[in-house]
Every structure is written in structure tokens, then in C-alpha cells.
Design a protein. Structure first.
Length: 470
């Protein structure tokens, strides 16, 4: 295919030179501009095959330029380049109609191939295509990452910003699958609707059907009123089914029927209810393997696997760990209403080398622990938990995840006053830990807990711990 002229817009002279040489070497005619306003003026007289433009430039920025191009030349492919590669930049580029999003620094061969694809799309001109309704303005969403692996995730969220397609998210526990699902919802045409999440693994099997589909009044003992299920609650919005691989086989069949027919019935109900719901599913399991073993329906897998997004494990994006550490130390301090503590370089380097089997959630828990337990405002190697210092992060228990699962299970069983149930257990564990650490010295134990000595003594008496030997 013979490629017509391609434009490069960037205020960085070195970037213009490198791209110009790479494109010319590939046999692609190129014209360079140092400002978007100059390129826009020239666009009134000549339309290129494709445009590469930087975002942050003096005067008119790349997004404003893209808006102007979309108004007058909606089929002209524009590739957005940016050194500020975060989720908002990626999604913003696609929402404004960019052909592709290219985070700097990038591989020149990749850039040249992307230009070829843009020019091919331009020549085909896809005149009959109709774009979907633009999503409502999304709320800022905090998914952090500048690594190439996370840029692929951001690109996927951006490409899907005009869509309500079914998405399957793969990733290990603690990688942030629900955050990605929320971002997909917030940057979709359904953003004004509800986002309802349900963890398949956290709900007892015999309660899961009612949780999903609801029930009519009097259909079973204790059903004193009609109850809407998660499908009904998610009407006009998104239903996030976490750990879909744990869904029982009979409910897999019901879910498949809903995806096929577009309606469902409450338990004990006779009237069909329209299921105007976008499904986003997630799992840490290999569903293909479960399909081969007969543990997951193949037809349901293909229904869910329309678009797949893989969330990388933290050790696959270790370059993101320093910025994640900074973010979690600040958020932990804000949560605990204290000043943020600073990690010395040696600590950051050590934490960056670890494998983090619990992924981002585990890293966040360690930051919370350091915010509470480290004595000074600067955190040094000796302040790290023993397991982290020795590199045995596999031994760190993700207590927040376990507590969340316990709470979900208790609520699903109909439990109430669960705070009164868990608080004494939580306080007992914390008191026993600090009393063991201090050899029973209450003054020092109270300081470690952030309490006064009288408060610790009262708690020990209330919990019946005064006879324990530490």
C-alpha cells in the first residue's frame, strides 16, 4: 500500500527528528510541526493520511487539537503520544476519538507499525460505521501504573469507553480486578447507572441464587418480603461477578440463559424481569482448564470471553512499586489522620525486589503496617516486618481480604451486629500481640497501640485477659 503524507506534531525537537528519520527510513513521507496551531492551519489546505501528536505542548495541546480534527475530519486517524501515561490520559484519548494511544518512551518499530495501521484505516475510510453513544463524564479513577503491562490495561479501558460489551478480567488475587471493573463502568455509556459487585467465592452456595436473582415474598421460610437480587439492582448499569470460576454449575446454566434471553425470574416468581445489565466477570483461575475438566460450562465461557483483560501480577510491573509505595503511605496516613512517613531509598529498593504473591493488596497492607508500627517519620530497613526484611513476603497474611470475606459470609447468612461480634476478637489479637512483644509491660504496650495505660487495663479486664501470662 502506498502511504500518503503523515504528520508529526511535537514541541520537542529531538522527538520530531527521531520520528521523522524512522518514518522516512520505512518509506513513509512525513511532515513535522512544532505546534498544534500551525498544523491546524495547514489542515485547512491539506489532509494527511494520519497524524501523530504530543499532548502537552505550549498553546494548543494535543487533546484540543484532537477535538478540532474530530469536528472537521472525523475519519482522520490521530495517534496521541504522551509522556504522562496514566489511566485518565489513556481513556481521555480514546473518548475524544484517538486512533491509538502511545505512551513515551516507545519502541520506534512499534510506532512505525502503528502509523501503517492508521494509514490503512484511513484508506479504508469505514464510511458506514456508526459510533456508540458517548459515555457520561467519568469520575477520576485511581489506578496507578506507568509500566508497559499497565499501559496495555489502560489502553483496553480506553478502547472500551464507548462500549457496553461483556468483559472477562483475568489476574491473581490482589491485582486490582475490581478497580479495573469499576473503571470500565465509570468510563462507559452506563456510567450514570449502578455498579453492583458480587464475589462468587464469598457467598454460601445455598444463598447465592437468591443473592443473584432475588425472591418473592413467602417463597421460603424467612422470606417475609420480596427482595431484589443483584441482577435487578444493576438495571441499566454494570454487574461485576468476581471469582466467576467458583460459580456453581446450576447457576452457570441460569446465567447463560440470561445472557442468551435477556431476562430472568426471581425465585418463586412467574413474571420475567428484563436484564438490562452489562456483565463484567473476573477470576484468578484458568477458565480454559476448568472447561476442559468439565468444571465450567464451555458455552458460558465463550459468552463471557468477548473481551479479555489481563491484570499483571505486581512482580511483572516492579517499576510501578516505588510510586505505589508513595501513594499507599500517603493514603494510609490520611486514613489514620497522621503525617505521612517517608521510606528511605534502601527500603524502596528492597521492597521493589520482592515477589509480592499478594500483589498490590499485600503491598498496601505493608504500608498500613509501617504507618502504624514504625516509630519515626523515616522508615529504615530495621523498621520493616521480619518477614519483609528477610524477603519472605509469602508468609504475610492478607488479613483485610480474610476479614472482608468473613463479613460477606456473615451478612449472607443473615447475621447482624457483626461489629460487636468481631471487635472483641480483633482487640484480643492486637492486645496479645503487643503484650507478647513487650513482655507484659503495659505502659510500653499501650504506647504501641496508641492508647493510654488506663485504656489498655480496662480493655484487658473487659476481654478477660488479665489472667493470661505473656
Amino acid at each position: 500500500m502506498k502511504i500518503e503524507n503523515v504528520w508529526v506534531i511535537d514541541d520537542d525537537k529531538a522527538m520530531r527528528w527521531v520520528l521523522e528519520r524512522a518514518l522516512e527510513k520505512a518509506g513513509i513521507p512525513v511532515t513535522v510541526f512544532e505546534s498544534a496551531s500551525t498544523a491546524l492551519h495547514e489542515l485547512g489546505r491539506h489532509v494527511p493520511a494520519a497524524i501523530l501528536t504530543d499532548v502537552r505542548m505550549p498553546g494548543m495541546d494535543g487533546f484540543e487539537f484532537l477535538d478540532r480534527v474530530q469536528t472537521d475530519h472525523p475519519k482522520l486517524p490521530v495517534i496521541i503520544m504522551t509522556a504522562h501515561s496514566d489511566l485518565q490520559s489513556a481513556v481521555g484519548a480514546f473518548e475524544k476519538g484517538a486512533f491509538e494511544y502511545l505512551p513515551k518512551p516507545f519502541d520506534m518499530d512499534e510506532a512505525v507499525e502503528l502509523v501503517r495501521r492508521a494509514c490503512l484505516a484511513s484508506s479504508e475510510s469505514n464510511a458506514g460505521s456508526v459510533s456508540e453513544e458517548k459515555p457520561a463524564a467519568a469520575q477520576p479513577f485511581r489506578i496507578i501504573g506507568k509500566s508497559p503491562a499497565m499501559q496495555e490495561v489502560f489502553r483496553a479501558i480506553g478502547r472500551l469507553s464507548h462500549s457496553s460489551m461483556t468483559v472477562l478480567i483475568n489476574g491473581a488475587s490482589g491485582t486490582g480486578k475490581e478497580l479495573v471493573a469499576q473503571a470500565l463502568h465509570e468510563h462507559s455509556p452506563r456510567a450514570s447507572g449502578p455498579f453492583i459487585a458480587l464475589n462468587m467465592a464469598a457467598i454460601p452456595r445455598d444463598l447465592l441464587e437468591a443473592e443473584l436473582f432475588g425472591h418473592e415474598k413467602g417463597v421460603f421460610t424467612g422470606a417475609s418480603s420480596m427482595r431484589k437480587g443483584r441482577f435487578e439492582q444493576a438495571h441499566k448499569g454494570t454487574l461485576f461477578l468476581d471469582e466467576i470460576g467458583d460459580m456453581p454449575s446450576d447457576l452457570q446454566t441460569r446465567l447463560l440463559r440470561i445472557l442468551s434471553d435477556g431476562h430472568f425470574y426471581r425465585i418463586g416468581g412467574y413474571d420475567p424481569i428484563q436484564a438490562d445489565v452489562r456483565i463484567i466477570a473476573a477470576t484468578h483461575q484458568d477458565l480454559e482448564v476448568r472447561v476442559r475438566k468439565g468444571e465450567f460450562r464451555e458455552d458460558l465461557f465463550h459468552r463471557l470471553n468477548v473481551i479479555r483483560i489481563h491484570i499483571p501480577a505486581l512482580h511483572e510491573r516492579s517499576e510501578d512499586i516505588p510510586v505505589l509505595l508513595q501513594h499507599f503511605m500517603q493514603s494510609s496516613a490520611k486514613e489514620l489522620e497522621t503525617e505521612p512517613k517517608q521510606l528511605v531509598d534502601e527500603v524502596v529498593e528492597h521492597l521493589t525486589t520482592l515477589q509480592w504473591p499478594g500483589n498490590v493488596r499485600q503491598l498496601e497492607n505493608v504500608c498500613r503496617w509501617l504507618t502504624v508500627m514504625a516509630a519515626g517519620n523515616e522508615i529504615h530497613m530495621q523498621d520493616l516486618p521480619a518477614q519483609v526484611l528477610e524477603g519472605n513476603v509469602e508468609d504475610i497474611i492478607d488479613w483485610r481480604s480474610m476479614l472482608r470475606e468473613w463479613a460477606d459470609t456473615e451478612l449472607a447468612k443473615g447475621g447482624d451486629a457483626i461489629w460487636n461480634q468481631i471487635l472483641p476478637e480483633f482487640e484480643t489479637v492486637m492486645i496479645e500481640a503487643v503484650m507478647k512483644k513487650t513482655g507484659g509491660r503495659r505502659q510500653k504496650a499501650a504506647k504501641l497501640l496508641g492508647w493510654g495505660r488506663n485504656t489498655l487495663t480496662r480493655k484487658i479486664q473487659e476481654l478477660g485477659l488479665f489472667e493470661k501470662t505473656y
